[in-house]
Design a protein around this ligand. Structure first.
Ligand SMILES: NC(=O)c1ccc[n+]([C@@H]2O[C@H](COP(=O)([O-])OP(=O)(O)OC[C@H]3O[C@@H](n4cnc5c(N)ncnc54)[C@H](OP(=O)(O)O)[C@@H]3O)[C@@H](O)[C@H]2O)c1
Length: 258
C-alpha cells in the first residue's frame, strides 16, 4: 500500500520532498494528477513516486491518505469519492474541522488533522496534530517537531499562529529595504538580517526559562534603542492591531461569524 495524496500542490510537494530526503524512507507515494506539473516534477525526481489516473485511484491503492486540496473545493472533491472503512485520513485542510472531514469521508474510520509548515521540505519546523495519532505522529516526527493536542480548541488556536509567516517576512523586508535605502548592499543586508533573526530564533531554546515577555524585556535595555522602537511601535498600537488580526483568523478558522 502506498501513501496517497489528494491534491498535489505546494504543501504536498513540500511533504514529499521532506520524506524523500530521508536516507531510509521506504514509503511509496501515490499522487493525484493535479497539479499536473508538480506531480510530474515529483514523479520524475523520485522513482517510488507515482501519479494515479484520478483521485479515486489514489484511494483505491492507499490506506493512508493526506487530503491536501484547498478548502474552497474540498467539499466537491471529497463528496465525489468513495472512501473505505479502513482508510486512515490525514487532513491538511486548515479551515475544515474534523467533523466536516469525517462527514465528507464516510465510512472512513479514522481521521486526523495535521498542520505542517512549508519548511517541512527541509525537515524544519513543527507539525500540529489533532487528535493524537501514532501513525501521523511517527510520519511527521521524521520531518521535524510534532505537537499533538487532544483538544480541538487548542488545535484551532495553534493554527492561528500559522497565519503570521507573511507578516514576519514583511517585518524583515521593512528592515531590509531601510538598510538598502541607507547605503547597505542588498546581499550584506540580507545576510545580516538572516543571521540576526536566526540567532534571535534560538533564544527560546538557549534561555528555556525566559518567557517571551521576559525576552522582550531583556532585549529592551532601559533608555536604549530597542526600548525606543518597542515603545514607539506599542504607542502606534501595532501589537494590538496584530492581536486583533489573530482574533479575526481565529473567527475564520472556527467559523465564528459573530
Ligand atoms: N501551503 C501551506 O503552507 C499549507 C500549510 C498548512 C495547510 N495547508 C493546507 O493544505 C491544503 C493545500 O494547500 P497548498 O498550499 O498545497 O495548496 P495548492 O498549492 O493550491 O495545492 C492544492 C492543489 O490541489 C489541486 N487540485 C485542484 N482541484 C483538484 C481536484 N479536483 N482534485 C485533486 N486536486 C485538485 C490543485 O491543482 P491545480 O493547480 O491544477 O488547480 C492544486 O495544485 C490547503 O487546504 C491548505 O489550507 C497549506
Amino acid at each position: 500500500m502506498e501513501l496517497g495524496f489528494i491534491g498535489t500542490g505546494a504543501l504536498t510537494a513540500a511533504i514529499v520532498t521532506g520524506l524523500k530526503s530521508l536516507a531510509d524512507n521506504p514509503v511509496s507515494i501515490l499522487l493525484s494528477p493535479r497539479n499536473e506539473d508538480i506531480a510530474a516534477s515529483l514523479a520524475s525526481r523520485y522513482p517510488d513516486v507515482r501519479i494515479a489516473s484520478d483521485n479515486q485511484a489514489v484511494l483505491d491503492n492507499s490506506e493512508t491518505i493526506m487530503l491536501a486540496v484547498r478548502p474552497q473545493i474540498a467539499h466537491d472533491v471529497l463528496s465525489a469519492l468513495r472512501f473505505r472503512r479502513d482508510h486512515r485520513l490525514i487532513s491538511l485542510i486548515a479551515t475544515l474541522s474534523l467533523k466536516d472531514i469525517e462527514s465528507l469521508t464516510v465510512p472512513a474510520g479514522h481521521v486526523t488533522k495535521a498542520l505542517p509548515m512549508p519548511m517541512i521540505a527541509h525537515r524544519l519546523g513543527a507539525t500540529i496534530i489533532y487528535p493524537p495519532d501514532q501513525g501521523a505522529g511517527a510520519l511527521f516526527g521524521r520531518l521535524g517537531k510534532v505537537i499533538e493536542v487532544a483538544d480541538a480548541g487548542e488545535f484551532d488556536a495553534l493554527s492561528v499562529a500559522t497565519a503570521t509567516y507573511a507578516s514576519y517576512f514583511k517585518y524583515l523586508e521593512t528592515i531590509h529595504s531601510w538598510l538598502t535605502r541607507h547605503g547597505v548592499g542588498e546581499g550584506i543586508a540580507r545576510d545580516y538580517i538572516a543571521s540576526l533573526f536566526k540567532a534571535l530564533g534560538a533564544a527560546p531554546e538557549t534561555s528555556p526559562d525566559a518567557d517571551f515577555r521576559h525576552l522582550a524585556q531583556d532585549y529592551a535595555t532601559r533608555g536604549g534603542i530597542n526600548e525606543q522602537v518597542l515603545r514607539e511601535l506599542t504607542a502606534h498600537n501595532m501589537f494590538e492591531a496584530f492581536a486583533e488580526s489573530l482574533d479575526g483568523i481565529h473567527r475564520r478558522i472556527t467559523g465564528d461569524t459573530k
